[in-house]
Write a protein that binds this ligand. Sequence first.
Ligand code: EPU
Length: 421
Amino acid sequence: MDSIVIKGNGPLKGQIPIAGAKNACLTLMPATLLSEEPLTLTNAPRLSDIKTMSALLGSLGAEVSSLQDGKVLAMSSHKLDNHVADYEIVRKMRASNLVLGPMLARLGRAVVSLPGGCAIGARPMDLHIEALEALGAEIELKEGYLHAKAPKGLKGAVHELRFASVGATENTVMAATLAKGTTVLKNAAREPEIVDLVQCLRKMGAQIEGEGTSTITIQGVDRLSGATHPVVTDRIELGSYMLAPAIAGGEVELLGGRINLLEAFCEKLDSAGINVSETENGLVVARRADLIHSVDVTTEVYPGFPTDLQAQMMALMCTADGVSVLEEKIFENRFMHAPELIRMGAQIDVQGGVATVTGVKQLKGARVMATDLRASVSLILAGLAAEGETVVSRVYHVDRGYEHVVAKFAGVGAQIERVKE
Ligand code: EPU
């Protein structure tokens, strides 16, 4: 298993290109199941999660070709010959559950393994099930698999999600594109990845309104066509790299970044004393002074502060002046990085969903373990600010969501390398 070794070496300078969004790509890929015609995605990120989704779609009979070094995914689902998403793939990546809605809509049946829990929480699928049942699907749990059928096709309905789940919104919108009649999805999630999905579905001929608001209306059509679509910028990769000059000093330009993808996060950075400004090519980030101010953060659904940046923000708060309170409201167990940061000298007290961080003058390098994707990059960021050497193990987590991570940090002057253990 590989590790990443970081030596804190002061200010960073240069540019970091931001890739297409993992979480957008993982919902755009299953959209291929809705049509017999080809769907091509450009600006795709080169990540292990994308390979996992390619394998899953392949197992269902879709063809997925990775072109231009992985930046283009050419997909075709003209001959789907399997409707079972196997546990062996689904357990590796929860986003696998996003094949449920499209398969049900196109084939009238789908069998999808329940993903089980993961490092950050239980992650049930009740909201997906309730919404698809509202569209007329019959869903039963047998031997760990959801068996879903809609022999006469799905029917449009008015449904309100009990919580604005990203995945349940995506599954329902995809399913409703081929349902008979109109679906009104209330309390829908508003994340930029959902807007991107709807824009792609619209190119495929879907009739959808209201994306980016909490009510999405979908007028079902008989069939969808092919399309070519560029994946939206990865706001979480963007936010993660914005924290590099914030924590280590210097000035870094994030190519392709835009403030409107991350407004709540940018406001917190401003309060912490970090300047963020838009340029022609992206965003420039630099500290206003050596001191980082402590800020309180509560994670919320979009447009609130993203849970996917909470671990990285905690790394910054570890060296801030004063006490900050970080409240995690989306996942029940997303503080696994705290004990690892404590190994680096951080002062963090976790009580349930609330972490209280008292800033220290200097973090110290240590051997630490990545526990999940976002935790892994939070430890790398902490390593940039630490004295001495930090060794982050289990970096397969980072490969799920950050392409060329070592090259991107090294490109702005960080002393970082990947080593085989
Ligand atoms: N939830 C339920 N029932 C459901 C669905 C969700 O109780 O049927 C709960 C979850 O357990 C969780 C909360 O609702 O506590 C939020 O879940 P949501 O469905 O919104 O998230 P998701 O679709 O499973 C996506 C991202 C996550 C990101 C969340 C929140 C993808 C592939 N994943 O997950 O990304 O944290 O939205 O923004 O889009 C990551 O990239 O590191 C990551 C975990």
